[in-house]
Design a protein around this ligand. Structure first.
Ligand code: FES
Ligand code: FES
Length: 141
C-alpha cells in the first residue's frame, strides 16, 4: 500500500515537488490558519491563506502536512486551487474533486477530506480574526 506505484503520478508529483510548503506568521491579521487532524490515522495538516483585505481575494497559501503521500499531495493541490479565489469560492472546493484530480483510491479519501477541512478552517480563522479587528461579529469579507 505504501509502494510508490500504488499512487497515481499526480500524487507522486505533488509528493516530490509539493507546492507552497511553509508557513505564514499566524498572528498576521491577513492570514487565516486551518489546523486539522484525521482521527483515522493521526495525520495532521496545516493550511494557511493570505488574504487581500480590500478585495477578499486569497493571494497566497502555504501548507505543512505531517501525513501520508496522499495527504501531502492533497494539501499541495489545495494551496494551488485556493490562490486567486474569493473565500466564498474556496468553501465550495470538495474533497471529492481533489481526490478525483489525484485519482486517489477509496481508502485514501479521508486524506483529501483533511484538505477540504483545512481550507474551511483557514477561512473561518481569517473571518474570526477579522471580525475581532472590526469589532463586528457579522463581518463578511
Ligand atoms: Fe497539481 Fe493539478 S496536478 S493541481
Ligand atoms: Fe491519513 Fe492519508 S492516511 S491522511
Amino acid at each position: 500500500q505504501i509502494l510508490p506505484r500504488f499512487y497515481h503520478e499526480k500524487v507522486i508529483d505533488h509528493f516530490n515537488n509539493p507546492r507552497n510548503v511553509g508557513s505564514f506568521d499566524k498572528t498576521d491579521p491577513t492570514v487565516g490558519t486551518g489546523l486539522v487532524g484525521a482521527p483515522a490515522c493521526g495525520d495532521v495538516m496545516k493550511l494557511q491563506i493570505k488574504v487581500d483585505e480590500v478585495t477578499g481575494e486569497i493571494i497566497d497559501a502555504r501548507f505543512k502536512t505531517f501525513g501520508c503521500g496522499s495527504a501531502i499531495a492533497s494539501s499541495s493541490v489545495a494551496t494551488e486551487w485556493v490562490k486567486g479565489k474569493q473565500m466564498e469560492e474556496v468553501l465550495t472546493i470538495k474533497n471529492t474533486e481533489i481526490a478525483k484530480h489525484l485519482s486517489l483510491p477509496p481508502v485514501k479519501l479521508h486524506c483529501s477530506m483533511l484538505a477540504e477541512d483545512a481550507i474551511k478552517a483557514a477561512v473561518k480563522d481569517y473571518q474570526t480574526k477579522r471580525a475581532k479587528v472590526n469589532g463586528d461579529s457579522e463581518a463578511e469579507p
